[in-house]
Design a protein around this ligand. Structure first.
Ligand code: BGC
Length: 249
């Protein structure tokens, strides 16, 4: 089935047509910067623009960077606070006139890894960690999603949540090298290991493609691997989520 996968992030909104059965991207990705302020109407307009770009008429799967329950935003994460309580599914369906499925962005990236990538067939507790504006987490047990894990929300020292200190955005904001940032990220992974004892951690998001630059900083016992689909996992997974989740919505 041809699905438009859209990955919404704090800095960019990216889309591509995907064969949701095979996970193959059928077009190049189209990226539009996330509007400043990260407010609902402005972001819905960008989603509509991406649909127009692809002249798409079918289903849409969206990976959204907040807790999402039955299409509703339950915590605004790094977006504008007016997202809280918003029916994101309805907002985007109205803006595009098309059927929309919305899931958490890291859950979407996890879908891609578990269905078409390095997580395929992996049993036990597998966690996708996305490294971007925030730290996202998508947890799977024996291949089944446990939605809305929020491991980036662990408080750390003076920080309300550890992602403010250890996400890719902190690296950029503070001008850290990969080695300096890698030590912070390893600290975060230590908490993840201590709290949920996963069997495998898969890394997604922008920084996953530079894994070689910081892999020596990672000292936890749990195996940590970059997603093969890297940054495309968000788009492909959003499309896959539309296929898996739509019947449950
Ligand atoms: C949000 C998560 C999201 C992550 C990555 C966090 O701030 O709370 O829901 O998955 O950012 O975008």
């Amino acid at each position: 089935m041809e699905v438009l996968g859209i990955d919404i992030g704090g800095s960019g909104i990216k889309g591509a047509l995907v064969n949701s059965l095979t996970g193959e991207m059928l077009t190049k990705r189209h990226r539009i910067p996330t509007p400043e302020g990260r407010k609902p109407k402005d972001m819905a307009n960008v989603v509509a623009e991406i649909v127009k770009h692809f002249k798409h008429k079918g289903p849409i799967g969206v990976g959204f960077p907040t807790i999402i329950k039955h299409g509703i935003c339950k915590s605004p994460g790094n977006l504008h606070k007016s997202w809280l309580g918003m029916n994101v599914k309805e907002l985007f369906s109205d803006a595009t006139g098309l059927p929309v499925t919305v899931v958490n962005d890291a859950d979407a990236a996890g879908y891609a890894a578990m269905n078409y990538g390095i997580g395929k067939g992996k049993q036990g507790l597998v966690v996708m960690i996305t490294i971007g504006t925030g730290l996202g987490s998508g947890a799977f047990f024996d291949g089944e999603l446990i939605p809305n894990f929020e491991l980036g929300q662990i408080p750390y020292k003076k920080y309300k949540k550890i992602e403010l200190w250890a996400a890719d955005s902190a690296k950029t904001r503070e001008g850290l090298t990969y080695q300096q940032w890698g030590k912070r990220f390893n600290k975060f992974l230590k908490y993840v290991e201590l709290i949920i004892a996963p069997d495998l951690i898969i890394l997604g998001g922008g920084a996953s493609k530079d894994f070689d630059e910081y892999k020596d900083c990672i000292t936890i016992e749990t195996p940590v691997v970059p997603a093969q689909l890297q940054n495309q996992a968000g788009i492909v997974g959003a499309a896959a989520a539309a296929l898996h989740q739509a019947p449950r919505d």
